[in-house]
Design a protein around this ligand. Structure first.
Ligand SMILES: *Cc1c(COP(=O)(O)O)cnc(C)c1O
Length: 472
């Protein structure tokens, strides 16, 4: 394809995207396809001869769009806000356009240095201490794995340079909340700690936040048994209820054992942009590493996750490998992001953050986040005031966990009722929620914060909830 052909075809695609985004409110929210049906609609083998862009776009419309749950829909209240702002999409297109090879500073100095600038911008917008250094990772899952490897190497005194974990005298132990995201146990296991050395610490029965006393007890018991507390992962905005683990107290306890503290604020991190919400993040500045995802509530299109560390030299010692063909004369003066994570070749993800922030400005983003917080509080108030309905966890941010508990319904009958009305909402195509278990019982999470969601959409959702639960 020549640049001139690209110009013609890209303009068609951009038109298509603009039309598509404009009609999303008219689409069903949940993907309405049966398993295998998208695959069955596509040819079994790749074309030998070039096809027309019009045909490709027609299939995009006919086959692909119905196979997508519309997270940009104003009635999307599922898993977490997965906003893909159009400003950041422009940055993503620009990233492909400049076609940078991000393997070393030399291969694309601008890729490295724009990334340094935007990670510093975000750090400052979040009111975090200037000691933090950030790098963009693909996802929080990767960022948390990198943090677990760094924590392991600190507790194991760089055992990877010798006999590895197999040579560490005392087993290393990791601690987290049972409410933590599944990426946390996954990272702990991938980092080689072993399931026997992963502790899920009790949470408070009302707030679902980790109980510091329980953490202190578990760490003391491990030390008494000859094990070494190595890392605590604090869930700051847990996945089930958006609970906020008390980081300041966790840091104090972890420090007394020399353990690393990693903060997983993948969903909730956006709220650090709001000075009035920062009390929920007290102590984060004292942690060792922090991950949060602009690709969720903030609205920078997937994939864009930030990993911050305070001791970057330690991270580099864990991650660097420098074969002769990647060395250069300026290595001492520049940042080599390949040594801050796992991949060698990195995309120019900084451009989507750069475009997003420059084209929208921080103040508009803050107002949108405040709108969502107010909408969540409004919904929680409606639910709490309605007989037979219950708000199950504190609504600190934008997640409202609810249950409809009509007179006398308990146990498995109540579970069936909850799943039925949630399924009725999703099947209607009018809105989307994700049911989830809390204390062994099903509940419905209403996760507010799609870019398009206004108060009227939340009010319509509340009517739909009452209607669906009433009919089940
Ligand atoms: C979404 C989420 C993750 C996982 O994020 P990915 O970027 O998809 O890996 C981890 N932790 C929390 C708290 C989350 O909300």
């Amino acid at each position: 394809m020549t640049p001139e052909e690209f110009r013609t075809e890209a303009l068609l695609l951009v038109d298509w995207v603009a039309d598509h985004r404009a009609r999303i409110p008219d689409l069903p929210v949940a993907a309405q396809v049966a398993p295998g049906s998208v695959r069955a609609a596509l040819p079994m083998s790749a074309p030998e001869a070039p096809e027309e862009i019009a045909d490709v776009l027609a299939d995009l419309e006919r086959i692909v769009v119905p196979g997508i749950t519309q997270t940009q829909h104003p009635a999307f209240f599922g898993w977490f806000p997965s906003n893909a702002s159009l400003a950041s999409l422009l940055g993503d297109i620009a990233s492909g356009g400049v076609a940078a090879l991000g393997i070393t500073w030399q291969s694309a100095p601008a890729l490295t240095e724009v990334e340094q600038v935007v990670t510093d911008w975000l750090r400052d917008l979040c009111g975090l201490a200037p000691q933090w250094r950030g790098a963009i990772q693909d996802t929080a899952s990767t960022g948390t794995l990198v943090a677990m490897l760094a924590a392991r190497e600190r507790a194991g005194e760089h055992s990877q340079e010798g006999g590895g974990m197999q040579a560490v005298p005392a087993p290393l132990v990791a601690y987290t909340s049972p409410q933590a995201h599944s990426s946390v146990p996954k990272a702990v296991l991938l980092a080689g700690f072993g399931r026997d050395n992963l502790r899920f610490i009790d949470v408070d029965p009302v707030t679902y936040a980790m109980r510091p006393e329980a953490l202190a007890e578990a760490m003391a018991a491990d030390v008494a048994a000859g094990r070494r507390p190595a890392v605590v992962v604090a869930a700051v905005g847990s996945t089930g209820t958006c609970a906020m683990d008390p980081v300041a107290e966790i840091v104090r306890i972890a420090r007394s054992h020399g353990a690393w503290v990693h903060v997983d604020a993948a969903m909730a991190g956006s709220a650090m942009l709001l000075p009035e919400m920062r009390h929920l993040f007290a102590g984060v500045d004292e942690a060792d590493s922090l991950v949060w995802n602009p690709h969720k509530w903030l609205g920078t299109i997937l994939d864009c996750s930030l990993l911050y560390v305070r001791d970057v030299d330690h991270l580099i010692r864990c991650m660097s490998t420098t074969p002769s063909y990647l060395r250069s004369a300026v290595d001492d003066e520049v940042v080599q992001f390949k040594d801050w994570g796992i991949p060698l070749g990195r995309r120019f993800r900084a451009l989507k953050l750069w475009f997003h922030l420059r084209l929208e400005g921080a103040e508009a983003i803050r107002s949108r986040l405040r709108r969502d917080l107010a909408n969540a509080r409004w919904l929680a108030d409606q639910v709490a005031a309605e007989p037979d309905w219950r708000v199950l966890a504190p609504v600190d941010l934008q997640t409202v966990c609810v249950r409809h508990e009509p007179g006398g319904m308990t146990g498995e009958g109540l579970d069936r009722h909850t799943l039925d009305w949630a399924e009725a909402i999703n099947a209607s195509g009018r809105a989307f929620v994700s049911p989830s278990q809390l204390d062994g019982r099903w509940m419905v999470r209403v996760s507010i914060g799609a870019e398009a969601t206004e108060r009227a959409d939340v009010a319509a959702m509340w009517e739909l909830m009452k209607e669906s639960a009433g009919a089940c």
